[in-house]
Ligand binder design. Structure first.
Ligand code: PHE
Length: 450
């Protein structure tokens, strides 16, 4: 059955839906731990540069392709190019979507389980050792991490089944602003803890001796991951954008809001990390080891910690939805699956491979001993995404938009058929898209891998 394509109802909804894909575990979980591992302020400066010069132009390129064709990633790429290299964008995108979901749903599952733990009062009066124990109980397995992951897939799948508009549009208008408000509150509490200033200077005082070429690739990968670029999520979502949406403005607003959420999350986590004497470079457990501690030191904390993890779970879920939607749109529109069948098959695939990630994420997990190039399965999925698939696909997307699609197509989308009177900005953007963004990505790639 030919499915009628949905559209978001206004630019307001477009903004929040797009933001709901961008804002997720990347801000709350990944950003703080990657900043911690890479030494703080100096990394943040490089990251901001990557968002501006690489992430944003690539994001806008995905919008051009998505809204210009109004198709799923596979159909969209097929429509705009017949060159083999560029046709691979959809294959890489779909592969990246799967791999990302394999490990993203693991962390989302931990967050879900923290919602329940917060509700039953597990975090009351805990200390740092207690927090670590709770994190290990959640993530080592064999049962709890997989149940958490399954739950995430069921919730995301159910919302997807309700359609893009009915589910996501309504949900994200409410959850995004509340999440931001709560993060701010958390940051204020964290900043007023004893010894908090050490965390602030970690975030603000750059120490460039900590920068290596690996830092640049980490920043680049994080910028793509954060803005949901490279999987086809943004091609898919923009295929539902309104005709009069200003794509450049949406890209800029989403990038600013997303970056603000990450920075506030950093301000919430690091002062607390230093105040409690935790290790800033401790990796993926950082969020789970610190946030319960901050709330346990706060009036009303046992209630607020429930709200916090609940909203974090929502953010993780809406980002997962934008990934699942890449698969569902492609399966239903290209391979003519029913929405339900597409969902069941994809959830089964994600669970099958994702459980390998779930059991290898904690260094003491059941499968943590299995190594791929020295990485655990979980870390290998993560590295494959951030270091290879997203930057590679980002490069192809920006080259496709800059050089290969017929010129009128890109300009038309960026100016809404000339009605926006933004020719000057478009020319500057096109210059960056052609000559700056791709060269930067290539240089960082070559420097890292050669
Ligand atoms: N941007 C999301 C986050 O920060 C993750 C994501 C990446 C979602 C790619 C969709 C596509 O959590």
């Amino acid at each position: 059955m030919e499915q009628k394509r949905e559209k978001f109802s206004s630019s307001f909804s477009v903004f929040f839906a797009t933001l709901s894909s961008a804002v997720g575990l990347g801000n709350i979980w990944m950003f703080p731990y990657v900043v911690g591992v890479n030494g703080g302020a100096a990394f943040i400066i490089i990251y901001l540069g990557c968002v501006l010069v690489v992430g944003l132009p690539t994001l806008i390129s995905e919008f051009v392709i998505g809204r210009g064709t109004r198709k799923n990633v596979y159909g969209a790429i097929k429509e705009v190019t017949n060159k083999k290299v560029f046709r691979s964008i959809s294959t890489i995108g779909i592969l990246a979507t799967y791999v990302l979901l394999f490990f993203y749903t693991v962390v989302a599952g931990w967050v879900y389980s923290y919602v329940f733990k917060a509700i039953v009062g597990t975090f009351k009066g805990i200390d740092a050792a207690g927090a670590t124990k709770i994190f290990n109980d959640t993530s080592i397995g064999p049962v709890s991490p997989i149940i958490g992951q399954l739950l995430v897939l069921i919730v995301a799948g159910t919302i997807i089944a309700m359609g893009v508009k009915g589910g996501i549009e309504k949900l994200t208008r409410i959850t995004m602003p509340i999440l931001m408000g709560l993060l701010l509150l958390l940051a204020i509490r964290s900043l007023t803890l004893d010894g908090a200033m050490e965390g602030v200077s970690f975030l603000l005082k750059p120490d460039f001796s900590k920068i290596s070429i690996g830092t640049f690739l980490a920043a680049l990968g994080l910028a793509f991951f954060k803005l949901s670029v490279g999987t086809g999520s943004m091609i898919t979502y923009s295929s539902y954008f309104t005709d009069d949406n200003n794509l450049i403005a949406t890209g800029v607003k989403v990038s600013i809001a997303d970056t603000a959420v990450s920075l506030i999350a950093g301000l919430a986590i690091f002062p607390a990390v230093f105040s409690f004497g935790l290790e800033p470079s401790s990796g993926p457990g950082l969020l789970f080891n610190t946030v319960p501690l901050i709330f346990s030191k706060m009036p009303g904390g046992s209630f607020l910690v429930v709200i916090f993890f609940f909203l974090a779970a929502m953010a993780a879920t809406t980002a997962s939805i934008s990934l699942l939607e890449v698969l569902i749109a492609t399966f239903t529109e290209e391979f003519k699956f029913s929405r339900k069948k597409a969902l069941v098959i994809n959830v089964a695939i994600i669970l099958a491979f994702g459980s390998l990630a779930a059991l290898s994420a904690n260094p003491e997990g059941l499968l943590a001993e299995i190594k791929i190039f020295n990485f655990s399965i979980f870390d290998a999925f993560d590295a494959l995404i951030s270091n290879i698939l997203l930057p590679l696909n980002g490069l192809l997307i920006i080259l496709l938009c800059g050089f290969s699609i017929k010129k009128g197509f890109v300009r038309d989308e960026l100016t809404n058929g000339g009605t926006l009177n933004n020719e000057g900005i478009v020319s500057i953007l096109l210059f960056i898209m052609r000559y700056i963004t791709p060269i930067l990505i290539i240089v960082i790639f070559l420097k890292t891998f050669i």
